[in-house]
Write a protein that binds this ligand. Sequence first.
Ligand SMILES: [Zn+2]
Length: 111
Amino acid sequence: MIMVQRCRNCGRRYFPARLLCAECDDMDFTTVELARARVETSTVVHVGQAARLVTLADDDLVLIGALHGEAEPGDHVPLHSRPVPGDGPIAVVPGTEPASPEHALRKESSR
Ligand SMILES: [Zn+2]
């Protein structure tokens, strides 16, 4: 799973994080978990070793990640912030980890 930012006022989620909510102009955010997302598009990038990049969506949240394994548009894949061993397809979205687990718990419980 990865961590994304959520507006405490309207609930809209963002990645990367923002200072101001585009929906309601609030500046009060929390961090929430996102376990899976739907593959929207995919493309192969040939720079050094070929990598398959995908756009991922979950409601109004759109992310870009690197696909490890096989998945087609419409498939839901688990999200991780770094590659993990396993058989099934995963999407790696770097930069989605909080500073520490305690940081995420503190932010979530202070609502
Ligand atoms: Zn908002």
